[in-house]
Design a protein around this ligand. Structure first.
Ligand SMILES: Cc1cc2nc3c(=O)[nH]c(=O)nc-3n(C[C@H](O)[C@H](O)[C@H](O)COP(=O)(O)O)c2cc1C
Length: 206
């Protein structure tokens, strides 16, 4: 099919949401851990995490417009810290459930059975059951004028990852960790054995 902008806008909102959200394909999916100034712990699913840069180490994500209270945002503004934690088949059910809209006073850790874990410096909770845990501080936020979403940039302050999953080169082996990916809001994929290519240079044939 060929859908024009006009065709897309003529579709029902739910169709448009699922079409546009699954269209770019499976991408990384993380549980974001935050803690409010009163100590309430919060968890939420985010699929928009992107690499922003390595020096300094920065990751960014898209946050829905602040038209309703966004607990993760509220907490990360309060403490300046948040964590990103990977998803795996054994924790998919509680992880997905944490995207439900719980009251701000209710901890998604308690509600889903996932376990909060802290390090000395990070003021936000990690998810104990996750294989890869990243602790970040809020660096920048930018509003996308077209729809009011925010692009939040975090500075990576610490990384917790199993030794065996990081190669000498620095590559992370997601296949051995069974890291999950997601398309849209509900369709999770397992990663398969990767095909690793040499760095592409203009004088080399594909
Ligand atoms: C698979 C999946 C991916 C999601 N990705 C995002 C995202 O990238 N940005 C966002 O703002 N919300 C995203 N959400 C929605 C949040 O998880 C949801 O709004 C959550 O309730 C936010 O919780 P909070 O209000 O406690 O921060 C996603 C939900 C699911 C199920």
């Amino acid at each position: 099919m060929l859908l024009t902008l006009q065709d897309i806008m003529a579709r029902p909102a739910a169709y448009r949401r699922d079409l546009l959200n699954t269209l770019p394909g499976p991408r990384g999916v993380h549980l974001m851990g935050t803690r409010g100034h009163k100590g309430t712990e919060n968890l939420a699913v985010f699929s928009s995490v992107v690499h922003v840069g390595a020096s300094p180490p920065l990751l960014g994500f898209i946050l829905r417009p602040l038209t309703v209270p966004r607990h993760s945002y509220h907490h990360l503004k309060a403490t300046g810290w948040f964590t990103l934690n990977t998803l795996h088949p054994e924790i998919l059910d509680p992880a997905h459930q944490s995207s439900a809209n719980y009251a701000i006073t209710e901890s998604e850790f308690a509600a889903t059975g996932l376990t909060p874990e802290y390090t000395d410096q990070c003021r936000a909770p990690y998810v104990k059951e996750s294989a890869i845990k990243i602790g970040l501080t809020l660096e920048e936020e930018h509003q996308i004028r077209a729809n009011g979403t925010l692009f939040i940039v975090g500075r990576v302050q610490e990384i917790i990852v199993p030794d065996h999953a990081v190669a000498e080169s620095g590559h992370v082996d997601h296949a051995s960790l069974q890291t999950l990916t997601v398309a849209g809001l509900d369709t999770y994929y397992r990663v398969e054995q990767p095909v690793r290519k040499a760095y592409a240079r203009p004088h080399l044939k594909p």
